[in-house]
Design a binder for this molecule. Structure first.
Ligand code: PXL
Length: 275
């Protein structure tokens, strides 16, 4: 019998700047997976703007989740992203305990920082709680900054690590609970690579750098990989699809001179994901 997969998305809704939920929803829908938002906060613009209005949703998350349970909603996947406080991480852990069935894939993108620095909102307590989230994850997708912090390691000054070192890090992350790890957006000379680790082995997948770093690329990456996995794609194939899609949107963003905090003009390329 044909069936459609369904994923819960735990992330914020930022009205302008194309990150988190507003990126995940269209990309996952384009990949024919049903996407169900569980908002963590509502922002006018994401935090990469000079000012933003933020409505923290922590207090409303529990009754929202209770109602999903009352209605018997079931998910094939749960993907977590930007979380605003330690209390919120506890709520997400409880949500996963209640909704994770044996076949549910839990994808944790530990959105904590970039370029060797944690986001201003990220406290030590949140870092410790995030480690608890790794323990219930099937797949984690940190960038190098996040992987280093989760393992209490120094960020390498130039951001460069060889595959041997990455394999050690990924194995240590797997020891914290997940089965698959992708360390994303690694600087590789002039270009980038993603490091995919599963079944005890790691592999670098090179990617051509396509312009300046911009907001929302990590969210697009996790969205495409999550939907790909739910649709039965091997992890490496899902990572390659994500990297190709993001590269195309990044090149177009440079062509139309889009400010980096306006995110990815992914709307132009949604058809690539529907194929
Ligand atoms: O793309 C990660 C992200 C998610 N959510 C909010 C953000 C950012 C990055 O700046 O500000 C609110």
């Amino acid at each position: 019998m044909k069936e459609q997969k369904r994923i819960a998305l735990v992330n914020d809704i930022s009205g302008f700047g194309r990150c988190s939920m507003t990126v995940e929803l269209p990309l996952i829908s384009a990949m024919r997976v049903q996407a169900c938002p569980l908002p963590t906060a509502i922002l006018s613009c994401h935090t990469g703007f000079p000012t933003f209005y933020i409505d923290d949703y922590t207090e409303r998350m529990r009754p929202y989740i209770d109602n999903w349970e009352e209605n018997g909603v079931v998910f094939d996947g749960i993907a977590t992203g930007f979380l605003g406080s330690a209390a919120q991480i506890d709520i997400v852990l409880d949500f996963i305990h209640r909704f994770k069935k044996p076949a549910t894939r839990v994808i944790v993108d530990p959105v904590m920082g970039d370029n060797g620095r944690l986001y201003a909102s990220y406290t030590d307590e949140m870092c410790e709680r995030m480690k608890g989230l790794l323990a219930v994850a099937d797949i984690v997708t940190p960038n190098l900054t996040e992987a280093c912090r989760l393992l209490d390691r120094e960020y390498p000054e130039d951001g460069q690590l060889d595959d041997g070192a990455l394999e050690h890090m990924a194995a240590e992350l797997v020891a914290q609970g997940s089965k698959q790890v992708v360390i994303t957006g690694l600087p590789d000379g002039e270009d980038l690579r993603n490091f995919v680790f599963e079944a005890g082995r790691g592999e670098s997948i090179p990617v051509k750098r396509a312009g300046r770093d911009r907001t929302g690329t990590g969210d697009a990456f996790t969205a495409i990989v999550s939907a790909g996995l739910l649709r039965g794609m091997p992890l490496k194939e899902a990572v390659e699809l994500a990297a190709r899609f993001i590269g195309k949107a990044m090149r177009y963003a440079e062509e139309i001179q889009l400010p980096t905090n306006w995110g990815l003009p992914f709307e132009e390329f949604l058809g690539d994901l529907t194929k």
